[in-house]
Design a protein around this ligand. Structure first.
Ligand code: ATP
Length: 513
């Protein structure tokens, strides 16, 4: 299946099976805002649990908080968001469509890379078994030419972005002859800066009301609570504060479903450390976070680091963890070494000292910070895209199955009476009444067993149990496994033992060790 088709299918599957709906659906939706349905919310909660527990339960020196979305407006001045949380935007006069200038150029860079890959693929076909790929890449004049163009463009682009030279960004778009994908023309406006923060007003009278912002990241809620947590928790450096919560950005181009939303959720952890140790801790957190992702079993080849060349002015190292989505490798998580920028800024703007007294060194300093920041929704999307599969069965039928990690699946067990009579529904309910304290169970008695299995496959339920007449006699049921579709006769009393461990977040956490 073409990757583009996979993505389209995932989007419609999410809606059809109660995972993700467009917000305000009966009013035709609201741009780049989405709601999670009955299955989506369970899966999202499981992802959050996996993250939260891996941070807060697994690390003695990491604690959590839940700070408010509204914060003192000066915080966003101190953090730099009021002055610098901008994207460069450009409009096409013919289509009236708006684009991010940086994204247009990055896509152009990617095109040169795609061209190289196409050349290599063509040569591989031409030369067959005798093909020496490395040699070809090193010696082909065509490959060399494309790579040179890519590097030159990359250098020019980095320079323009570092200097935020808007005229130069526009000039690059013109020189590269980048066209609007809708109108096909090069009729571009100037490039302008656009601040991504949503504003609102707090206070009841027009005079007394002050402008406040919907937070564009959860991190600042952690920084401004650093002192509170450090003191009340008697935390010693190194230590971390974790938080999960909503963030809001008025994205210029919101597309690709829940990849880029205007209201989304972040899971962030700020790790406070001694100055000078940040590059070691940066490496440690890179490793730890990559292991967390790969622990889901989606295959190491689907992840990569993308180290930033253009660093924010306060950062001294930064990388993204990218996942192979159907539309290419994309950022799911950022890991940043933020120096002591945020805490120093809050010291300056609040006038409060945010120093840590290090008893070992017998001196005070403003701690440095390593940040790990992951979007819940992007994580959700990556899990969905990877798990969605269409399988050709022996009987010629196709089944759609979500091969979700069992611990992430919204429903863990479906219990199905073979018929709606003869006491089978009651027996099925008995099983659920016992197991519902341990994990999410679903009762299903409608349609044929085959159809019921398909329904559960489509939402990724790892186990189905069928109650039949024999169950009434000997307390056994058939358990069916989602991935292999194999069935086994087991005793009802053994179900908890078979299922519980496999579907728990604990099982995932134990594998991390
Ligand atoms: P991008 O370059 O894709 O805009 P970013 O580098 O601005 O992302 P960060 O500010 O580092 O993103 O935010 C950390 C994480 O928050 C990202 O890795 C992503 O998973 C998530 N995130 C950021 N913006 C959005 C959004 N608009 N919709 C959904 N998730 C988002």
């Amino acid at each position: 299946m073409a990757q583009e088709d996979v993505f389209k299918k995932v989007v419609s599957h999410c809606k059809e099976y109660g995972f993700v709906f467009p917000s305000s659906d009966i009013y035709d939706g609201l741009g780049a805002v989405y709601d999670y349905g009955q299955n989506g919310v369970e899966m999202k909660n499981n992802i959050k649990q996996y993250w939260w527990q891996s941070m807060v339960l697994m690390h003695e020196n990491i604690v959590g908080i839940d700070s408010a979305i509204f914060m003192h407006p000066t915080i966003w001045k101190a953090s730099g968001h009021v002055d610098a949380f901008n994207d460069p935007l450009i409009d096409n006069r013919d289509s009236k469509k708006r684009y991010r200038a940086d994204v247009l150029i990055e896509e152009q860079i990617a095109k040169y890379e795609e061209k190289v890959e196409k050349e290599v693929a063509k040569a591989r076909k031409r030369f067959g078994d005798a093909f020496d790929e490395q040699k070809y890449r090193e010696t082909s004049p065509k490959v060399a030419e494309d790579l040179a163009k890519r590097d030159a463009l990359h250098e020019r682009y980095s320079k323009a972005m570092n200097a935020m030279d808007l005229d130069e960004l526009r000039q690059i778009i013109l020189d590269e002859e980048i066209v609007c994908p809708i109108s096909g023309t090069r009729n571009w406006t100037e490039v302008r800066q656009f601040n991504l923060m949503f504003k609102t007003e707090m206070g009841s009278t027009a005079d007394g009301a002050s402008t406040i912002y919907l937070r564009p990241e959860t991190a600042q809620g952690i920084f401004v609570n650093y002192l509170n947590v450090q003191k009340t928790g008697r935390m010693k450096i190194p230590f971390g504060i974790a938080q999960i919560g909503k963030a809001f950005r008025n994205e210029i181009v919101a597309r690709q479903f829940i990849f880029r939303m205007r209201e989304f959720e972040q899971m962030e952890m700020q790790f406070f450390i001694k100055p000078g140790t940040e590059l070691d801790w940066f490496q440690t957190w890179k490793k730890t976070r990559m292991a967390w992702h790969q622990n889901l079993g989606f295959g190491a080849e689907n992840y990569r680091f993308h180290d930033h060349e253009k660093l924010a002015h306060y950062a001294n190292a930064a990388t993204d963890i990218e996942f192979k989505m159907p539309f290419g490798f994309k950022e799911v998580e950022g890991i940043h070494s933020r120096t002591n920028f945020d805490l120093s800024q809050h010291e300056k703007y609040s006038g409060k000292s945010i120093k840590y007294f290090d008893p070992e060194l017998n001196e005070s300093y403003t701690p440095y910070v390593i940040e790990t920041s992951i979007g819940v929704d992007r994580m959700f999307l990556s899990v969905m895209c990877h798990s969605y599969q269409e399988e050709q069965l022996e009987n010629g039928e196709t089944r759609v199955v979500l091969k979700l990690p069992a611990a992430i699946a919204p429903v863990k067990l479906a219990v199905m009476p073979l018929t709606k009579k003869d006491g089978l529904p009651e027996k099925a309910r008995e099983i659920i009444d016992e197991l519902k304290f341990h994990f999410n169970c679903q009762y299903d008695e409608k349609d044929s067993i085959g159809k019921r299995y398909r329904r559960q496959d489509a939402i990724g339920t790892p186990y189905c149990v069928t109650v039949d007449h024999q169950s009434l006699e000997d307390n056994t049921v058939t358990i069916r496994f989602r991935d292999t579709m194999e069935q086994e006769r087991v005793n009802i009393s053994g179900l908890l033992g078979i299922i519980e461990d496999k579907v728990s977040i604990t099982s995932l956490l134990k594998k991390l060790k």
